[in-house]
Design a protein around this ligand. Sequence first.
Ligand code: NAP
Ligand code: HSE
Length: 433
Amino acid sequence: MKDKICIGLLGLGTVGTGVVKIIQEDTCNLVEKVGRPIVVKKILVRNPHKARGVNTDAVITMNVDDILNDPDIDIIVEVLGGEEPARSFILRALDAGKHVVTANKNVVALYGREFFEAAERNHVDFLFEASVGGGIPIIRPLKQCLAANHITEIMGIVNGTTNFILTKMTNEKLDFDVTLAEAQAKGYAEADPTADVGGLDAARKIAILGSIAFNTRVNLEDVSVEGITHITAQDVDYAGQLGYIIKLIAIAKETAAGLNVRVHPAFIPKNHPLASVNDVFNAIYVKGDAIGEAMFYGRGAGEMPTASAVTADIIDVARDIHHGVSSRILCTCFDDAQVCAVEKTESPYYIRLLVEDKPGVLAAIAGVFGAQQVSLHSVIQKRKEEGHAEIVLITWRVPDGNVRTALRILSGMPIVTKVQSVIRVEAEEIDGI
Ligand code: NAP
Ligand code: HSE
């Protein structure tokens, strides 16, 4: 038996640096927890001359072969990010018989099945706790602690950038563009925030969570995605007046029509557990038949929170190595539930229209919704301006396809100046409005 467990770290950026710090400082007593020391032996970077936030005795290399071909290295920790070369390096590591830990949701969402098959073939572990929710434990809880449950719903705020923006829009009554600019200036949002504000980052995460919660492979293309770029201060204000708060939610839910997997901004009742999750914090709310409701809350990103999850995976693998076991919990997608088309998903909707202010307009609009079987819960005239009226409609729970068809017809009618907003209401009931 080797006297220590050696790691090859791919990447020494934000997360990699945090991992090195945790292992070096060892405030968590690694030897006692694992049974043997854990040592970072080699690190792959792009630029060996870059100043780093940590001093390390590890060999720094630009050649991945130095790491993948090193027989002393037991665990590869992929914290490069992106699709390639991360995917190829992970597959090569697994095929070389090395255990792999990754924080990379891009590759897990797209190539999870391929990684699990390679891990199974080679009798090694493949762990990815940090890929969703940063420091929040959620993958392991779903796969292990909640394994005795039939999960019916998983709903999360899994993107810190958009949660920061929406929190600021809510508290300070600011529009999206102003808030995004501030988030970028403060370093919360990336220089290119497209994947965050467009919902793709959250879509990757819910594809991973949905696959685990429902034991069914949920592909990224199965997720219906809508971001927050069209949300206005006016919508946030009306949501507040109606007793709701707007959040970007990622949801995977079992319904009679099949699995419902989507990312979109939604009106959440102010008393929902997710409504009080603010700023860059993330939370994942789970419903199971045995546990009932549970919520996991914390920091979804950042150097040390994310390194906490990555290092916990390293500890898990190291324990397996120490005890001579491996690949105990790999792919859990033994089922094949159907993901239903977005048009068939049902919600109540908040709709804001700018219309001509003259007799008969409301009746004509109600007629279009009625013809598409969209039942209206309430209609409120909010503002008037120069021959136009702004009306807010709340529908009962209706299929998405029916709402979209009604809105397409309305958009072509001269009495409708503009369909300003369409936002789902994510609530069990809407009687409070
Ligand atoms: P990062 O700061 O950009 O660091 C990436 C590291 O990988 C850098 O050290 C870079 O080398 C190295 N690298 C990238 N491409 C490379 C290549 N082709 N060859 C060699 N080295 C390469 O990224 P990060 O924020 O640490 O994120 C790492 C992973 O964690 C990503 O998958 C991300 O999605 C995930 N994650 C991050 C967070 C977070 O808060 N940051 C949270 C959850 C999950 P150089 O330093 O030489 O440029
Ligand atoms: N960009 C992500 C967020 C963090 O804003 O939450 C990494 O997953």
